[in-house]
Design a protein around this ligand. Structure first.
Ligand SMILES: [Mn+2]
Length: 335
């Protein structure tokens, strides 16, 4: 099934001369590395490729080849490239990447390459594999299966995709597959040590301040199985923190001993509340997000709620309690 889907993608990208590759909002390392990596592979094959997304490439990924040429912002007829095919990478829902109408505006054919379990298969061609650790990993398979060379530039982007979604090849792997893929990319001519420093030893001061704030404002249930943090827009303003400074901080919460469910509520200036969810069995971050209208992976998911930070916290915890109240002691819970 997935091999057939991958072959369908190869067929689309072989026919197309002009390709637009689209990243999702607040682009993480996976969508950015995947988009720039796929673009590099296709450009090596003589295709005209543009990379675009609702938001610009974030500072941690601006060192990637091709990042400076990414077009961002709302679609407009003047700036919108003409393409035969638009490819979305790591976009679990079309609303995260211009909406289906926007994608159709970009090209007559939509190719959807993703690994979110909640992906509604919105493309004309869909290759969605929830078992894959990162979309970049899928794109390495795609290139190798099609016999398309992976240049050093492409390898760097795809490697960043893989190590981002696996947090440095620590999570999301249950066998040697991701390690083999990483090794295959490193052999092209990468320096993993240098990339790691670039990605993880470049933390901004606002992010450090936000991290400190987070640890002194963690809330939790009695047993410490469920932990959460609520960060208002005002707090972020006071700390000088931007949305990207909060990316991944939830992983620290999940790393606390005994935690099975971690929630990070971040209020945006618009009043919307971005809720990130991380889980361990018996909790399912994906199932919880889907109950609220969001989506993601089994143990990493998210949803946008609001307006109202405290209201968002209350409604999500009420649902958690309803689903898992039998096994959690909520008596000291003050929300
Ligand atoms: Mn991803």
């Amino acid at each position: 099934m997935s091999d057939a889907d991958r072959s369908a993608v190869v067929a689309e990208l072989t026919r197309a001369q002009r390709v637009a590759v689209v990243m999702h909002v607040l682009p993480d390392g996976d969508t950015t590395g995947s988009a720039l990596g796929l673009a590099a592979v296709l450009r090596s094959r003589g295709r005209t490729v543009s990379v675009l997304g609702p938001d610009p490439v974030l500072p941690p990924y601006q060192f990637l080849p091709g990042a400076a040429a990414v077009a961002s912002g709302p679609l407009s007829p003047i700036r919108t490239p003409e393409a035969d095919v638009v490819v979305t990478v790591d976009c679990g829902h079309p609303d995260r990447c211009f909406g289906l109408g926007g994608l159709r505006q970009l090209a007559p054919r939509v190719v959807n390459i993703d690994h979110h379990r909640s992906n509604p298969l919105f493309g004309d061609v869909n290759w969605v594999e929830p078992s894959r650790a990162a979309v970049g990993e899928m794109l390495v398979d795609l290139s190798d299966a099609a016999g398309w060379p992976v240049s050093v530039d492409a390898a760097l982007c795809l490697y960043v995709s893989l190590v981002s979604d696996t947090e440095g090849l620590r999570f999301g792997s249950h066998d040697s597959r991701e390690l083999e893929t990483a090794a295959r990319l490193v052999r092209v001519g990468l320096d993993p040590d240098r990339i790691a420093r670039q990605l993880w030893e470049n933390q901004t001061w606002p992010r450090a301040r936000l991290t400190g704030w987070m640890w002194s404002h963690v809330e939790h249930d009695v047993a410490g199985r469920v932990v959460w943090v609520r960060v208002s827009a005002g707090v972020q303003r006071d700390l000088g923190a931007h949305p990207e400074d909060a990316e991944g901080l939830i992983n620290g919460l999940r790393a606390l001993e005994g935690v099975q469910l971690a929630l990070f509520f971040r209020e945006e200036e618009s009043g919307a509340v971005k809720v990130s969810i991380r889980s361990r069995p018996p909790f399912s971050a994906g199932a919880l997000a889907e109950r609220l209208g969001g989506g993601g992976h089994e143990h990493a998911a998210g949803i946008v709620l609001g307006p109202g930070l405290d209201e968002a916290v209350r409604s999500v915890l009420a649902l958690v309690k309803q689903e898992c109240g039998e096994t959690i002691n909520w008596t000291d819970l003050s929300v």
